[in-house]
Design a protein around this ligand. Structure first.
Ligand SMILES: Nc1nc2c(ncn2[C@@H]2O[C@H](COP(=O)(O)OP(=O)(O)OP(=O)(O)O)[C@@H](O)[C@H]2O)c(=O)[nH]1
Ligand SMILES: [Mg+2]
Length: 423
């Protein structure tokens, strides 16, 4: 089965907690603190795998939780950091945050880290100062990032074949590449996209054959809409039209209807360069061909008459496609878009739950939802800092600190961030 969309939950491992421990040596009554740091939690990494062609695996497994880092130990022993957890996906899979729709990664080239594991917490060995010689606290590990994500496969192809059902798209790819799609005289023979490599001497490009589109496809009527996703990245569209009208349709109308579908899907797709391949010329009269050619050329598109059945004209078409590709930018990659602070804050359902504990005069705030915010807040930046302060206030953390009797200049510790309290 071809599945090109999925929704899963991913979570990076939590960092290991720092250890609270004191040296024990012979003849030394109370040694100094020697609690080691926790290890880093495992990252969730998406890696392209060319042996995969669908997202079907994600129908059955929907949760990916990476292992936590190990806690620190006595004698300044570091907890073990965890290796990344790799999720293999077909090349061309785009990972989006389900809530905001923002692109987190385009897994088309290198493996990409999407949910970072948390840093380990520092052990109490770090916290001895001249005035605090017996620190009885250590830092907890950071939580891992977590997201509900959608996975969408958007094939990586230079050229996309689009057209009505049964116009001969699969026939065309089968004569210009080694691809062997099913070809038959009924609509929607092709139900999953097929890639073919078209070679000419040293050069080659990738062509995608997708199921035929019908009117209303962009509103999700029948097959088609979903499949346009697979031509979204294409640099060039080859628009295949049945010029013979053998099924009783008018090629000019077909051409306009398909373009309408492309435009409804996205403006970008409507503006993609197009070459028109008038197919089934072996069944069409000279007048039919000439009439359609004029119609197409009047609209400024390059026109090629072909017959996929006899291969007439297919070489000339491929030469023109190659020449055009030389002038076009490479296959599109989607840029990752960072989530804003507000989006991060809105994300966690246990938003605003926290604990404040006081140890050795330090107010320790533990609030899992603050970790991702802290990792992007820039304390040097006024606006960023203001935002952070607003969050502390609106979540009730400041009130709780005051309730516990915090004084001007007392130390507040949130994960590995520390600041002196100012009224
Ligand atoms: N006479 C003639 N028949 C053709 C030509 N090209 C394709 N056909 C026939 O048209 C029918 C449909 O061809 P396909 O290649 O399966 O068409 P398609 O556009 O991939 O169709 P869908 O996958 O259903 O969208 C088959 O019976 C082909 O043999 C051609 O140039 N001339
Ligand atoms: Mg087909």
């Amino acid at each position: 089965m071809f599945i090109d969309k999925a929704k899963i939950f991913i979570k990076g491992g939590k960092g290991g907690n720092g250890a609270i421990s004191f040296r024990r040596e012979k003849y030394v009554a109370a040694g100094g603190p020697d609690g080691g740091d926790g290890g880093k939690g495992s990252d969730i990494v998406f890696a392209p795998d060319d042996s995969l062609s669908t997202l079907i695996d994600f129908r059955y497994k929907k949760k990916y939780i990476a292992p936590d880092g190990e806690p620190g130990g006595a004698k300044r022993c570091f907890g073990k950091s965890m290796e990344p957890t790799v999720i293999k996906v077909p090349r061309g899979t785009v990972v989006k945050d389900a809530q905001t729709g923002r692109v987190l990664a385009d897994v088309s080239d290198e493996p990409v880290t999407v949910a970072r594991g948390g840093k380990g917490g520092k052990g109490n060995a770090h916290f001895a100062t001249p005035t605090r010689q017996i620190p009885r606290f250590a830092k907890p590990g950071f939580p891992g990032e977590k997201f509900d994500v959608t996975l969408e496969l958007k094939l990586l192809a230079d050229v996309g074949l689009v057209g009505f059902p049964n116009v001969g798209k699969s026939s065309l790819i089968s004569v210009v590449s080694a691809a062997k799609p099913e070809i038959a005289n009924y609509h929607f023979t092709t139900i999953t996209p097929v890639l073919g490599v078209v070679k000419r001497g040293e050069k080659s490009f990738v062509m995608a054959d997708i199921p035929g589109l019908i009117e209303g496809a962009s509103e999700g009527v029948g097959l088609g809409h979903e499949f346009l996703r697979h031509v979204e990245r294409c640099r060039l569209i080859v628009h295949v039209v049945d010029v013979s009208g053998i099924e009783g349709r008018d090629p000019k109308e077909d051409f306009e209807k398909i373009n309408h579908e492309l435009a409804n899907f996205s403006e970008e797709l409507a503006e993609r360069p197009q070459i028109v391949a008038a197919n089934k010329c072996d069944l069409a009269s000279e007048e039919q061909i000439a009439d359609f050619q004029k119609f197409i050329e009047d609209r400024g598109y390059p026109f090629f008459k072909i017959s996929a059945a006899t291969t007439m004209g297919t070489d000339a078409l491929i030469d023109a496609v190659m020449a055009k590709l030389d002038t076009l930018p490479p296959v599109k990659r989607y840029e990752a878009q960072q989530l804003t602070l507000e989006e991060l804050a809105a994300m966690d359902e246990q938003k605003h739950s926290f604990t404040v504990t006081k140890q050795d005069g330090v107010y320790i705030v533990d609030a899992e939802w603050l970790a991702p915010i802290l990792s992007v807040v820039n304390m040097e930046d006024y606006e960023s800092l203001q935002y952070f302060q607003r969050v502390l206030r609106s979540s009730g953390i400041i009130d709780e600190l005051e309730r516990q009797g915090i004084q001007e200049d007392d130390l507040v510790s949130i994960f590995d961030f520390e600041f002196n309290y100012v009224r």
